[in-house]
Write a protein that binds this ligand. Sequence first.
Ligand code: F6R
Length: 613
Amino acid sequence: MCGIIGYVGKKNSVSYIIDGLKKLEYRGYDSAGISILQDGKLVTVRAVGKVAELEKATLQVSPKGSTGIGHTRWATHGKPSEENSHPHTDCSGEIVVVHNGIIENYLVLRDKLKSLGHKFKSETDTEVIAHLVEENLQHIRSGSNEEKLLKAVQRTNKEISGAFAYGVLWAKTPGLLIGVKNQSPMVVGMGKGESFLASDVPAFLKHTNKVLFLEDGEIALLRADGVNVLDKDGKTKKPKTIKISWDQQTAEKGGYPHFMLKEIYDQPQAIEDTLRTARTDFSKILGLDTAALRKLQDIHIIACGTAYHAGLVGKYYLEQFAGIPVSVDLASEYKYRTVPHKPGTLAIAISQSGETADTIGAIKKAKQLGFRTLAICNVLGSTLTRVCDSTFFTHCGPEISVASTKAFTSQITSMYALAISLGHANGNISTTAFDKLYKELMRMPKAMSEVVKMEYEVRHLTRKIYKSGRFIFLGRNVNFPIALEGALKLKEVSYRSAEGFAAGEIKHGPISIIDKQTPVFMLMPHDSLFEKMLSACQECRARGAFVVAITTPSGAAQAKDVSDKVLLVPSVSEFLQPILNVVPLQFLAYWIAKRLGCDIDQPRNLAKSVTVE
Ligand code: F6R
């Protein structure tokens, strides 16, 4: 994530930019910066921390100018620090860039630019854009400065790859701000005598509701008196504006009534962003060579809550693909149990926030035992990532809703990538098998964008069952942790009693709590355990339960015979199926909580990061 705002108009841009950044803080908040074009020179102020820190620093410098850009950062490359904060400049200090996304080939480009004499000041991928624009400008001889800048940006776009939305200012083109969009969001606001560029509408909604959503490959040229848009082939396009009717609060949630719902819908993008770095050599991340990897005897996974459930899914993956025995512990338990010291143990801590006290305490214990430690984490610079020997980042952007959704599916995705990579490196799976598994993994963003279409059906179903006092979730194998997660999600946001079990266990006790009309959710994709799940459906139905079968299309007919309602999830490979299966359960929790009038984004008694034991 990260938030961008730009202003070109007739007034002093500073307050517009600071105000816009505050509205974008939900997209990232580890550092922020601003560049204002004042009397032909760019004045840049940057500060670590929230936008309030930048505001204080800006007051001291007190820049003035009617063209400016700002950025609030959610670190992806390089720790949160002043040098790594945006805007980034070229060597001359005359070009500034703010960027949201990831430039995948930045290392190659940085080396090339360094060899051409460019001096880099940060560890970020963004800085290559500023230097590339500078480099390209030097080779463009004809045209006005505005034409030259546009050409340099077009050439730059051809050289960079990945997801990027960025804004550029050049001291020699006052009154012009250029915005570029490719896979990351970028919108333009058309005001009266002023134009805005931003990652999201709330940044400028106070000033104009006339909005233009840029498409991938498009470039916008913003001036006080209007905006020109070029399509991906460089041809001028008639800007298609729309009028936004959202109020400010709705706009911050991307038009959704709650962050939880927005974040459920964020999942296709979150998974895509996480996967961008997934074909990674995990042995490099872990700092272990092939010989050391082959000596890995044991893996301990440590986490809390939803992250623990992702760890449980990870165990199936690691044992299946890497052939290494795995134990999964609740961090609060790991810390206080006797953990035998065994050489060749890798401890993995999974955490969205990286600030969960129990997880940090447990991983410190693993370190004391001499184990190598890896964090799977969403927040760069967080305590956990500083404690662990290495980190793999889930790139799902800030998760605001207390109930975790997109972090969970990104964590499972990361565990899958880790498992196949370790399995390949230690020889447990062949290159052919690895390639096939990897290809299947890469199809997940698309499958995810299909599964989020289930909201309406799930919403409709909740009308019938939301008043029930107790809910049961059942699954087997990789879908057992999804049953636990479905129950946790529902408990958290709706305060209903909900329990998840391994389907084979119900006859050993839990079946006694099932009575007439108890909603029972069966996670039963049409896989090797499908028949067994059919039996579980019948056992529950015989006790009067209202059975909802969550299955894949080829299981629909049989599931229909033994259930009261069938929900169809797109079919993917058996081990990836849980990533999709959890989505209807997220919608379920959301809609039951909504019908019950609960505080969905901030449920009672809970906090987003639990920083105490
Ligand atoms: C559930 C939830 C919590 C967290 C848990 C760990 O929706 O949000 O159960 O998963 O507190 O938090 P992190 O992942 O930040 O360590």
